[in-house]
Design a protein around this ligand. Structure first.
Ligand SMILES: N[C@@H](CCC(=O)N[C@@H](CS)C(=O)NCC(=O)O)C(=O)O
Length: 169
């Protein structure tokens, strides 16, 4: 209870695996925003994402999942959008560029290398078959420095806005 008699807000909880790129991006966002959270480890190599307790949070069996009081959000992109709306830091234009870069990675690249996919390909096409598959799909996403150019344009936008603001004062 706080001194005004209200319940203390509960600490955010992040269900995460240290090797999961989807979890990295949420940890990065939480840290950039300076938000304190409780780390709940889910070991994908031990299959803990399939434990009934975790499936109650995310029935598809993927990390990350964020618990904010009664709210459960189980998708890195949705979590980051939620955090930005709840604790806004950026203008619309910068958010749009960031969402584009994030979605290329989270929809066009990462899902193609998920454990389920990798194991399935290795099972059907044999050991090592996964390597050209991953190279192909990572290569597409990183072609022409697509993601880095987007992020660089976002940074130059920031620099431009900062210098415009400085010159108008
Ligand atoms: N769209 C989801 C994808 C989540 C996802 O694919 N998580 C991977 C780790 S990066 C996972 O939990 N994989 C477990 C498995 O394949 O069994 C997100 O961005 O959060």
């Amino acid at each position: 209870m706080t001194s005004s008699g209200q319940d203390e807000p509960k600490k955010l909880q992040l269900y995460s695996f240290h090797r999961s790129s989807c979890s990295f991006r949420v940890r990065i966002a939480l840290n950039l925003k300076g938000l304190d959270y409780e780390y709940k480890a889910v070991n994908l190599f031990k299959g803990e994402q399939k434990n009934p307790e975790f499936l109650k949070l995310n029935s598809i069996g993927y990390v990350p999942a964020l618990v904010d009081g009664d709210i459960v959000i189980a998708d890195s992109f949705a979590i980051i959008m939620y955090l930005e709306e709840k604790y806004p830091q950026h203008d619309l234009e910068k958010r749009a560029i960031n969402y584009q870069a994030a979605n290329i990675v989270s929809a066009g690249m990462q899902p193609l290398q998920n454990l389920d996919v990798v194991n399935y390909i290795e099972e059907k096409a044999g050991p090592g078959a996964i390597i050209p598959w991953v190279e192909k799909h990572l290569g597409k996403g990183f072609a022409d420095n697509l993601v880095s150019s987007l992020l660089a344009s976002c940074c130059s936008l920031l620099t431009f806005q900062k210098s415009a603001a400085e010159s108008s004062t």
